[in-house]
Ligand binder design. Structure first.
Ligand SMILES: [Zn+2]
Ligand SMILES: [Zn+2]
Length: 224
């Protein structure tokens, strides 16, 4: 996956606006910006828009007119971006985005198919159906069933490093409490293997999955 440049969401959106001015066919820019604005609070969707307008898939003037969520698993999203010319499959997390290719080409990577629960490409095509019939992606910040930071679903584990994950040892914030140091005996995590060590200890203790109910803002649950 290609890692996105480190910038704030507002910077990212401003950059996409500029890119749209260069990429949009004559007379389409306003419509394309309206589509962008629908997802302005959704960091993962913004990564897809940024990737699209930075590397126009077929190097021709084009723009995203709709975004559908094809599948989601553990904070990894498979999107279908419908453009003025075609439908494209994108794989996206909060950190990175990759273009898989035209929707009509399906998915070749077996590991990826299995990650989302499809046996093979044929199963994927049957299960997903016509891209024109896919439901529009609801912005993540409006999706109460998803972790607002890493996008993992109700009952699933957070992406490792998500600040919403609760520490199983002290009930604090896992990315902020002292347990990662005291449990591993390390004072810093400079290699992937150090993080793997922590993850193994966490899994032995039992990681705490995301529970949508507990993380909803209080004003949303008052009447229920
Ligand atoms: Zn999370
Ligand atoms: Zn802790």
């Amino acid at each position: 996956m290609e890692t996105q440049p480190q910038m704030t969401l507002a910077d990212l959106i401003n950059e996409i606006y500029l890119l749209i001015d260069y990429s949009a066919p004559e007379g389409e820019a306003n419509l394309l910006k309206e589509v962008l604005e629908r997802y302005a609070g959704d960091a993962i969707a913004m990564n897809v828009f940024h990737h699209f307008y930075s590397f126009l898939p077929e190097a021709r003037e084009d723009g995203i007119t709709g975004l559908s969520r094809v599948a989601r698993h553990h904070g990894v999203f498979l999107f279908c971006a419908t453009t003025l010319h075609a439908d494209y499959l994108y794989l996206a997390t909060r950190e990175a985005t990759t273009l898989l290719g035209p929707f009509s080409d399906g998915i070749e990577e077996q590991d990826l198919l299995e990650f989302f629960g499809w046996r093979d490409d044929e199963h994927f095509r049957k299960a997903v159906g016509d891209p024109a019939e896919l439901e529009e992606h609801i912005p993540m910040n409006d999706s109460l069933d998803l972790c607002p930071v890493c996008g993992t679903g109700d009952g699933e584990f957070h992406a490792f490093g998500c600040p919403v994950e609760i520490c199983p040892w002290c009930d604090g914030q896992l990315t902020n409490c002292e347990c990662r140091f005291t449990r591993t005996g390390r004072d810093q995590f400079s290699r992937d293997s150090h993080l793997d060590e922590l993850l193994t200890l966490l899994e032995e203790e039992g990681r705490i999955p995301f529970v949508a109910e507990e993380h909803r803002p209080s004003f949303m649950t008052e009447d229920s």
